[in-house]
Design a protein around this ligand. Structure first.
Ligand code: HEM
Length: 441
């Protein structure tokens, strides 16, 4: 979810320049670790060897980035947990001098998204989080199961139809992308007639910057902003039975105002779709390339599918990094990692979940490590830790736990149309997953 930090940062180049605060613009000293280029295709496909080298150097390493700035990268499991639980690492983005006032619908949309709870620290964060947690109860999330099943069925049929027609289908485009967007449409209570537009706008604002004309991306931001504004007004007039209506009509003290509701609608969309999309496509890829694990899950059922989902979250963390943190004072993480105040810090969740000090054979895909019972592996870091730990974890697990068995029961012979080494990955430091996953039967 790159746009959660700075919506302008939708491609790796912009990401670098926009995410790093001006304090980090001082020239880096002689680079100890190799330069990190988030746009590099090989790095995007397999960043793990790079992170393993960083982990060996200490709990946090000052890392030069390809745009001439630097950041402190945290790659070990224990250090990642410590940083995410430590209030000296702030989520509030640094003010950026000279930024023009938003004067187009697209800029207003981005400015509004920047007000969400992932960009806040205590105590402001607590208030928003408490209200949203109150609406996101396990009962409400679990009640979505039949609706999710109802959404997966037609998507699987579409994958099958494309395979019959063309011999190949892109599983990202036909399955992993639309499902989370449709589930968020359920949460937000978006009528079915409007869901094709939601899907289209989301696709455009989330597309890598080079793949669409700039005008199209701007227009989609403006359309989403206008649509969500009207949606909130309409729910004020007549609430539905969706989770978002509960928040719009929250009566408690400190209830969300319209600007906060708008930011939340954007946050749920962007926190929920790209992450879950990566989970679904990475799980499909891992199962296709580990046929014995696929067979075991199909044979053993729910418990084993749950372990597949958990192990995919660990092995192929859908968020490569947590959102950027910034030190509010000098922090000593030990072992020589002394981070000055005002520095940008990236907790690399993907690397923490592959720390050999916390997981046996961390680079192997072994769902059995998450079967319940003695010897169950440590919890992974895919959903983060501390005050901002993911609010949608239960929903994401539910979606994957419904979607994967339905896909592979319908299409058990699904295989890759391309060599696994050719699968392109999304560029950038914040999200990780296949950009395209061409399959055949
Ligand atoms: C596989 C899917 C998902 C993954 C891996 C994931 C991961 C994360 C992580 C790592 C964070 C914390 C980021 C940080 O500390 O910087 C987070 C926060 C959040 N996630 Fe998720 N997420 C997923 C799905 C969802 C879904 C489906 C929703 C809701 C529709 C959601 C809503 C949120 C929200 C609202 C926050 C902000 C919480 C706060 O700031 O207190 N996530 N997520």
């Amino acid at each position: 979810m790159p746009d959660l930090v700075d919506p302008a940062a939708l491609d790796p180049a912009a990401l670098d320049s926009a995410l790093l605060d001006p304090a980090s613009l001082a020239p880096a000293p002689a680079p100890a670790p190799a330069l990190l280029d988030p746009a590099d295709a090989d790095f995007a496909r397999d960043p793990y060897p790079y992170y393993a080298r960083l982990r060996a150097q200490g709990p946090a390493v000052r890392t030069p980035l390809s745009n001439g700035t630097h950041a402190w990268l945290v790659t070990g499991y224990q250090a990642a947990r410590a940083v995410l639980a430590d209030p000296r690492f702030s989520n509030v983005p640094a003010p950026r001098a000279g930024r023009p006032k938003p004067d187009s619908a697209a800029e207003r949309a981005r400015a509004c998204l920047a007000r969400h709870m992932l960009n806040l620290d205590a105590p402001d964060h607590n208030r928003l989080r408490r209200l949203v947690t109150g609406a996101f109860t396990p009962r409400r999330v679990d009640a979505l199961r039949p609706r999710i099943e109802g959404l997966v069925g037609p998507l699987v049929a579409d994958v099958r139809a494309r395979l019959d027609r063309d011999g190949v289908a892109d599983l990202v485009d036909t399955f992993a992308f639309p499902l989370p967007v449709l589930v968020i449409a359920e949460l937000l209570g978006i009528p079915e007639a409007d869901r094709t537009s939601l899907r289209e706008w989301t696709y455009r604002v989330g597309s890598p910057a080079d793949s669409l004309a700039p005008g199209e991306v701007e227009e989609a931001w403006g359309s989403l902003h206008g649509y969500f504004t009207e949606l909130i007004a309409q729910k004020r007039r007549s609430p539905g039975d969706d989770l978002f209506s509960v928040l719009v009509h929250e009566e408690r003290e400190g209830a969300l105002d319209d600007g906060e509701l708008l930011a939340l609608a954007f946050l749920l969309l962007f926190a929920g779709y790209e992450t879950t999309m990566n989970l679904l496509s990475s799980a499909a890829l891992l199962l296709i390339t580990h046929r014995d694990e696929l067979a075991a899950a199909r044979r053993e059922g729910t418990r084993r599918w749950d372990a597949v989902v958990e192990e995919t979250l660990r092995h192929a963390s859908p968020l490569e990094g947590a959102t950027w943190r910034r030190t509010t004072e000098e922090v000593d993480l030990g072992a020589g990692a002394l981070i000055p105040a005002g520095e940008s810090v990236l907790v690399v969740l993907a690397a923490a979940s592959r720390d050999p000090a916390s997981f046996d054979a961390p680079d192997d895909f072994r769902p059995a490590r998450y079967l319940s019972g003695a010897g169950r592996a440590a919890g992974h870091m895919a959903f983060g830790h501390g005050a901002h730990v993911c609010l949608g974890a239960r929903l994401a697990r539910l979606e994957a736990g419904v979607a994967l068995p339905m896909l592979f029961d319908a299409l058990p012979k699904l295989g890759l149309a391309d060599d696994v080494a050719e699968v392109p990955y999304r560029p950038g430091l914040l999200v990780r997953g296949p950009r395209v996953l061409r399959v055949r039967t």
